[in-house]
Design a protein around this ligand. Structure first.
Ligand code: ADP
Ligand code: MG
Length: 449
């Protein structure tokens, strides 16, 4: 095998291991310049890329290359200016293909509900049937019997899906007579902070007390924020007394949120609580088949079985692995076999274990720029917060590969804003080395915390 071939195969492998943005940023313009006496020399377009690839990807690269060519003992990294020219001429443009799967729906600006989340697309099994039954009951008896409805469970197990599905079901059952509103608790918090700061609390109060069904996602994030809790308590009471339905999700039962005020906790416990646990094998298979049907794609039973056996604890990860396999299949043409699927899964699982959560990313970006997380998700157009905000969206996509609608939701914005921010930063990185350096430093902070 000649050097060029060896490098091409290596890059193909790396592309599967890295996020698309990471791959484009760090490896797209690399070359294998020399292969001699067991030393493989790799040239990167600039010093940042060299340092980064050397520190972060050396081990993976060596592993892959050794697999392909067992005579390799060592890698060497150099900077070559030829690559830099190439880099300037062709800024990375990334295919939006996988993302496109996430984009053919629109979030309703009145309710903040994403129409993708329905009861119909929610697979029910032993791990969530209670929560699902409760959710269906809430739709029948809005504001009376099951108030509040509190659903809890670990990351990626379907809480957001289920509570948004309640909202969508209410919309379609009662047409426009009953008004639901979905809000992630961080957005609620930033609204309250904004209201206090701008002395417009009355507007905020009205905004939330005017709805018929208030759906608050990830309530654990308001724990410990006194003013927000206070405000939420009052909103809660006024809705409750007016027989309006309140739906809450959290990562654990009310008693597990350590900083939650006692009076809020007892309110939460006074309604209906249900948990969602890990899906069992049959359910994972059903979920995969459901997603395949949604995407109009196919995989062999062997591959489906493999995914279901290996990815157990998080449905979002299950979807992520599935997307990678479909992407690979699409790129190569023809069906992915079990061996290839297994490799893709193994690699995904390795990167999953390194995964950081979105709050951590926002916190690190805010810290780096000396602003607050509230500034990032707030609406100020001050120059000092615009760049950090875009970088936050970029990193949410780049590191965690969240869907644009999810990032938009997180940041209190439309998914098109999230796409725009990501594309903009991704483009700038290749031209603006200061920006590039900042991002490297922020990532370092994120991965070290
Ligand atoms: P959480 O809010 O608990 O972190 P999500 O509701 O965001 O999790 O779910 C993660 C992903 O998994 C979403 O894309 C969701 O549609 C999907 N998902 C979760 N549970 C189910 C289910 N029972 N059936 C189908 N898809 C599901
Ligand atoms: Mg969620």
């Amino acid at each position: 095998m000649d050097s060029e071939q060896l490098w091409q195969l290596t890059l193909n492998e790396m592309e599967l291991q890295l996020s698309r943005a990471n791959f484009a940023t760090w490896l797209k313009n690399s070359r294998l310049t020399e292969k001699k006496d067991g030393v493989v020399c790799i040239a990167l377009p600039n010093n940042f890329a060299k340092e980064w690839v050397e520190n972060k990807y050396q081990k993976n690269l060596l592993g892959i290359i050794r697999n392909l060519d067992s005579t390799t003992k060592k890698l060497e990294f150099v900077v070559d200016s030829q690559g830099l020219e190439g880099l300037k001429k062709s800024p990375a443009t990334l295919p939006l293909k996988i993302g496109a799967m996430d984009l053919d729906f629109k979030i309703d600006p009145d309710t903040n509900l994403n129409p993708r989340y329905t009861f119909k697309s929610f697979v029910v099994g032993p791990s969530n049937e209670l929560a699902f039954a409760a959710a269906s009951a809430v739709v029948q008896e809005i504001g009376t019997k099951y108030n509040p409805f509190f659903v809890y469970g670990g990351v990626g197990l379907g809480k957001t899906h289920l509570i948004q599905a309640i909202g969508n079901e209410i919309k379609s059952t009662y047409k426009n007579k009953i008004k639901p509103k979905y809000v992630p608790s961080e957005i609620y918090t930033s609204d309250v902070v904004w209201g206090i700061r701008n002395k417009r609390m009355e507007d905020i109060k009205k905004k939330y007390r005017d709805v018929d069904v208030l759906i608050i996602d990830d309530i654990q994030f308001i724990g410990g924020k006194e003013k927000t809790e206070e405000e939420f308590f009052h909103t809660f009471n006024s809705l409750y007394e007016a027989n309006k339905q309140i739906i809450i999700s959290s990562d654990g039962p009310p008693r597990s949120i350590p900083t939650l005020e006692e009076r809020l906790r007892s309110r939460f416990e006074g309604g209906l609580t249900a948990d969602i646990t890990y899906p069992e094998y049959e359910m994972r298979v059903a979920i995969i088949k459901g997603k395949l049907a949604e995407a109009g794609q196919q995989l062999s039973d062997g591959v489906i079985d493999l995914i279901a056996k290996k990815v157990k604890k998080n449905i979002r990860e299950l979807e992520g692995v599935l997307k990678k396999i479909l992407f690979y299949q699409d790129k190569k043409g023809g069906e992915v076999n079990e061996k290839v699927a297994e490799e893709i899964i193994e690699k995904s699982i390795q990167t999953i274990t390194k995964r950081v959560n979105d709050s951590q990313i926002l916190k690190c970006v805010a810290e780096f720029y000396g602003v607050t997380v509230g500034d990032l998700i707030g609406y100020s157009r001050r120059k000092e917060v615009v760049e950090p905000r875009q970088i936050a969206m970029y990193l949410l996509r780049d590191i965690s590969e969240f869907s644009y609608p999810y990032i938009g939701e997180k940041m209190g914005r439309d998914h098109t804003t999230a796409i725009h921010s990501y594309e903009k930063i991704n483009h700038e990185i290749n031209r603006n080395s200061t920006l590039n350096q900042k991002i490297i430093m922020i990532k370092d902070i994120i991965f070290k915390t």
